[in-house]
Structure formats: structure tokens, C-alpha cells
Design a protein around this ligand. Structure first.
Ligand code: ATP
Ligand code: MG
Length: 410
């Protein structure tokens, strides 16, 4: 079950340096889990290391560290093309507000550190020098069974930190695992605890589900567990069809979000996107798609050209992908539907004038020919030219447009 070969030299060297100082050091967390699952260390990009050395000692040994997460005892080290997060062994104090431990207490015992971790598959430790695996909670067994199981009593662990409600679903969804039965029941019973979490922490997990290999399954699980009703109640109704559409789409975040918000009023979609704390660019792309979802153009070439000019080529191709998936999900996909959609795709390949910048004349030409200075009129004239050129792309030649301008001047 251990991954083949060794971890990268640079990572082993970090462990070596710590051990030479008389400290214990291990590869832990998602790095170990993912490598064991894949059977190779090559899949790991973000390394989680745990050590008995105190953070000050780690910083002293690795001057190239970045000061990130030090309040949790984490020191980030950048080596070659990897980032390694080295965290001092710790036990967590009381979780008085169910969110963050009251205080971080360090320990010299790796076993104590593994005990505070949430799921068995992330509660193992590997010493790459002794080549020894510590697995006190059956993480290897659960990897083989493809199960997300809590370390210790699931209800208690969820109550300590409600983010674990979502982390469990995220791991099940991104790894393609099942939730162990007791954990499943406990999440359902504790689901309301999610209300205590900040919007940012909830969103970060939801977005990880959306970026993962099977977001539709993740969202189905969220609904089954009563979590979706808590965080995005607007999505509950009609979810199944939206998820079917999503499952057929290419794996890009903005398209998946557009599928999730399919058929929704633009204002509501805007609100939900704001709640998800997405980068502004992603939100804008999704909103553009959502606002056009219900307005498939007629199939005359003129309609299609107007449509392309209004939404732009990129969003047009996104919309085609979405309409295609929707037709499939509704059982309405066939040759006729594909022909209509591929007409749009083919038009995007053509060098059609769709924006002011595509015109064969520019603002300077307009000012010169009409004998006017800079001002809004120049833009208006260009807009009018564009309208004509969209109707009849053959007009987009410099001499022809100059003639049109001169005629207008008269
Ligand atoms: P990934 O990096 O793929 O999101 P991960 O398992 O590495 O997954 P991290 O959030 O990087 O998750 O945390 C590293 C490890 O720290 C986890 O594997 C887990 O053992 C522990 N951990 C992280 N967050 C929590 C938490 N909220 N409760 C308990 N243990 C946690
Ligand atoms: Mg990690």
C-alpha cells in the first residue's frame, strides 16, 4: 500500500535536517493520503509535514521559509517546485465556539497529533528515512475500502469543528469515496452546526467540490445530508436536472456554476455568486452565461451574428456547451439540435466583424473623414458602422466604410 519509490529529494532533505537536530519529522495529511491512493509520490504537489520541532526552530533551520500560518504552528517552506507546510505536532485545546480551537498546544508525540486529525485517511504519518508508516486509526484499511471515517466518535468530532461537516463531503466527492455509515448519520444529525461557520470557509469547501472530478455527486450528497438546505436553500428545488446538465459539461468552474444556476433569475444568481466569494472575473462570466441561458438565438445567420456580437465568442461557446448538455439531460439531443449548435461554433471560427475593434476603420479615420474632433459622436458613428457591418460583413473594407462615412457626411 505504500507508494512506490521515494518522495522528492528536497522533501526527504527537510525531514533529514529535522531528524539530524534530534527532532521527529513525518510526511502527513493529504500528501501521504494522495500518494498512497495513487501508489506514487509523483501526484503530490503540496506537502504536509509534521515535526516535534517548535516553529521557531523550524524557521531557524530553514531561512527560506514564508511566514504563513505561524499562529497554528505552521511554517511554509518553498523548495524547488514544491511548497512544504511544516507544522509542529499539536493537540487542540477546547473548541469553545465549535469553530477554532481556543489555543494551540504543542506536543512532542506524533500519536497525539494524529489523534486530533479529522478523518482516518488523513491521520497517518510516514517517516521517509526509516521508511516506517504510523497508522493508528486504520487509515490504510479505509483507503482500501474507499471510506471517509472519523477518527474517534463522529458526532464529537463534528461538534468540535463544524467545518468537518463539509470537509467530509468534499473528500467523499473529490476522492470518489463513501461516507462511513456512522459519520453519515452524524453529519445529518449535526447539519445545523454549519450555521456557525463563516461564509468564506463554507464557500472554500463548496468551490473545492465544484472544482473536483465529480461535483454533481458532491452536491447530491450535500442535499441528502441536509447541508445544501442550510447553505444554498435556493438550489434544492430542481437540483437533479441541474446536476445532470453539470455532469455532461467540460470541467470548468464557471460552466459548472452556470449549470448550477441554470434557469435562475439573474438577481438571485448574482446573490448566490456573491455568497460563494468567487473571484470577480468568474462571477462575471457566470452571470453573462446565466443571463443568456434562456435566449437561444433563431437559426438565421443574421440572428446568430447578432448573438455573437452581443455575447462575444467565448461566452457563445460556453453557451453552446451548456445548451448541448441541457438537451442531453432532457433527452432532446439529436442531429437537428447538434446542427443548430454547431452552426454557432462554425461562425466563431470565421473572421467576422463583431466589435468596434474589428472594424476596418477606427476613430481617427472617422474624425478625419467627418472633420470632427474627439468626443462621444465618434463612438456613436463607429457603433452605427458596426451595426451595418454585422448585418452585412462584406461591407467591412476600409474603402467601403470610408465611402459610407462620406455619404453620411453629405
Ligand atoms: P487537501 O490539501 O487535499 O485539501 P488535506 O487532507 O491535506 O487535503 P489540509 O486542509 O491540507 O487537508 O490539512 C492537512 C491535514 O490536517 C489533514 O489531512 C488533516 O489530517 C488535518 N486537518 C486539516 N483540517 C482539519 C480540521 N478541520 N480538523 C481536523 N483535522 C484537520
Ligand atoms: Mg493539504
Amino acid at each position: 500500500m505504500l507508494p512506490c519509490g521515494s518522495p522528492p529529494r528536497a522533501i526527504v532533505q527537510i525531514v533529514e535536517k529535522l531528524k539530524n537536530e534530534g527532532c521527529a519529522a513525518y510526511i502527513v495529511g493529504g500528501a501521504l493520503r494522495d500518494a498512497m491512493l495513487a501508489g506514487t509520490w509523483q501526484v503530490v504537489a503540496d506537502w504536509d509535514l509534521a515535526t516535534s520541532a517548535r516553529p521557531e526552530k523550524v524557521m531557524e533551520l530553514f531561512p527560506e521559509h514564508v511566514p504563513v500560518g505561524i499562529e497554528h504552528g505552521t511554517v511554509k517552506i518553498l523548495v524547488e517546485n514544491f511548497a512544504a507546510e511544516v507544522t509542529t505536532f499539536r493537540v487542540e485545546g477546547e473548541y469553545r465556539d465549535h469553530r477554532r480551537p481556543e489555543k494551540v498546544t504543542f506536543t512532542s508525540q506524533i500519536e497525539e497529533d494524529l489523534k486530533r486529525r479529522d478523518f482516518t485517511i488523513g491521520a497517518m504519518a510516514y517517516d521517509p528515512i526509516a521508511q516506517a508508516l504510523l497508522d493508528p486509526f486504520g487509515g490504510q484499511r479505509d483507503l482500501a475500502l474507499r471510506l471517509v471515517r472519523a477518527v474517534g466518535d463522529p458526532k464529537e468530532r463534528l461538534r468540535e469543528d463544524h467545518l468537518r461537516l463539509l470537509r467530509a463531503v468534499r473528500f467523499a466527492s473529490t476522492l470518489g469515496f463513501q461516507l462511513e455509515e456512522n459519520l453519515f448519520q452524524a453529519i445529518y444529525q449535526e447539519r445545523r452546526g454549519i450555521r456557525t461557520l463563516s461564509q468564506e470557509r463554507v464557500s472554500a469547501e463548496l468551490v473545492k467540490i465544484l472544482r473536483g472530478p465529480d461535483p454533481a455527486r458532491g452536491f447530491r450528497l450535500l442535499k441528502k445530508l441536509g447541508l445544501l438546505q442550510e447553505v444554498l436553500p435556493e438550489l434544492v428545488e430542481g437540483l437533479d436536472l441541474r446536476l445532470e446538465v453539470m455532469a455532461e459539461l467540460p470541467p470548468s468552474l464557471h460552466l459548472r456554476l452556470a449549470a448550477l444556476l441554470n434557469g435562475m433569475d439573474s438577481n438571485l444568481a448574482k446573490q448566490i455568486l456573491r455568497r460563494l466569494c468567487l473571484p470577480r472575473k468568474v462571477g462575471e462570466k457566470v452571470l453573462l452565461i446565466v443571463s443568456w441561458q434562456g435566449k437561444k438565438p433563431q437559426d438565421t445567420e443574421l440572428d446568430l451574428r447578432k448573438f455573437l456580437a452581443q455575447v462575444g465568442k467565448e461566452a457563445a461557446l460556453d453557451l453552446v456547451a451548456l445548451w448541448r448538455s441541457e438537451a442531453r439531460a432532457r433527452g432532446k439531443y439529436g442531429q437537428e439540435c447538434e446542427e443548430k449548435l454547431s452552426q454557432i461554433v462554425q461562425l466563431t471560427y470565421k473572421k467576422l466583424p463583431l466589435q468596434i475593434a474589428d472594424l476596418a476603420v477606427n476613430g481617427r479615420d472617422v474624425m478625419e473623414i467627418l472633420g470632427i474632433g474627439p468626443g462621444p459622436e465618434v463612438g456613436e458613428v463607429l457603433e452605427q458602422l458596426l451595426e451595418q457591418v454585422i448585418l452585412c460583413p462584406e461591407l467591412n473594407e476600409k474603402t467601403t466604410l470610408e465611402k459610407i462615412l462620406k455619404l453620411e457626411e453629405e
